[in-house]
Design a protein around this ligand. Structure first.
Ligand SMILES: N[C@@H](CCC(=O)N[C@@H](CS)C(=O)NCC(=O)O)C(=O)O
Length: 218
């Protein structure tokens, strides 16, 4: 691996936010593709790295392994301050950054454990539809709450420069029920994520790892 970072991830997954952060940082990294939700073999292979069988995981050059997307993004931003991806610990924007990083992870991302395999909680097929609908409603509600309370401080959530929080919201808001509903629930956040979608430094990454295929907005 040549002393760089190793991202255990999958196209279209939360690892793409981590890959985006590493791209903006300009740090060398390698991706080990593990589409954990696709089949048992992929989940088993991931379990040998992260017993939670989830991506993203980040192997640091030191050998330490990190899991949990919000922690990884925060750590990367803090470890590479020149990239300006997070307010410093003394910044008045730091509480806001930490609050919304945790919020996206705990309130929204965690619901995809249910949505990615609805049979985990659904008692039967009819119940699957109910769970799909209720988790979608909860996700929409959470975006509405964030929209009402996290007024963008500039072109991006924390000011004029893109941050790890912008990357996180951008990637998570692309998942089902996808962007069209998100734009309605959170129009100001919608403007921000469109800017992140259009960020020239991320054009190649989006094309390879989370492409804007026809109908991607839902
Ligand atoms: N809390 C974890 C959640 C990670 C997660 O749910 N990853 C999904 C892909 S986006 C996954 O690997 N799911 C497989 C599973 O949970 O079995 C994080 O924030 O990193």
């Amino acid at each position: 691996m040549g002393g760089g970072y190793v991202v255990y991830g999958a196209a279209g997954s939360g690892s793409v936010a981590v890959e985006a952060a590493l791209t903006l940082i300009g740090a060398p990294y390698e991706v080990v593709e593990r589409q954990t939700w696709a089949d048992e073999a992929a989940a088993e292979a991931m379990a040998r790295v992260n017993p939670m069988r989830q991506v993203p995981a980040l192997a640091l050059p030191s050998g330490e392994l990190m899991t949990e997307s919000a922690a990884i993004l925060t750590w990367l931003a803090d470890s590479h301050p020149a990239a300006g991806l997070a307010p410093g610990v003394d910044s008045p924007l730091r509480p806001r950054f930490l609050r919304w990083m945790s919020y996206v992870s705990a309130q929204i991302y965690s619901l995809y454990w249910v949505r990615d395999d609805i049979t985990r909680l659904a008692a039967d097929q009819a119940h699957e539809a109910v769970l799909r609908e209720r988790t979608a409603a909860r996700i929409e509600h959470c975006w509405r709450m964030m929209e009402a309370q996290a007024e963008p401080a500039g072109r991006f959530l924390l000011g004029e420069e893109i941050s790890a929080l912008d990357l996180y919201v951008t990637v998570v808001s692309r998942w089902g029920p996808r962007r069209k509903g998100f734009y309605v629930a959170a129009p100001r956040l919608g403007e921000v994520v469109r800017r992140v979608d259009a960020e020239p430094r991320l054009g190649d990454l989006w094309a390879q790892r989370f492409p804007f295929t026809e109908g991607w907005e839902g």
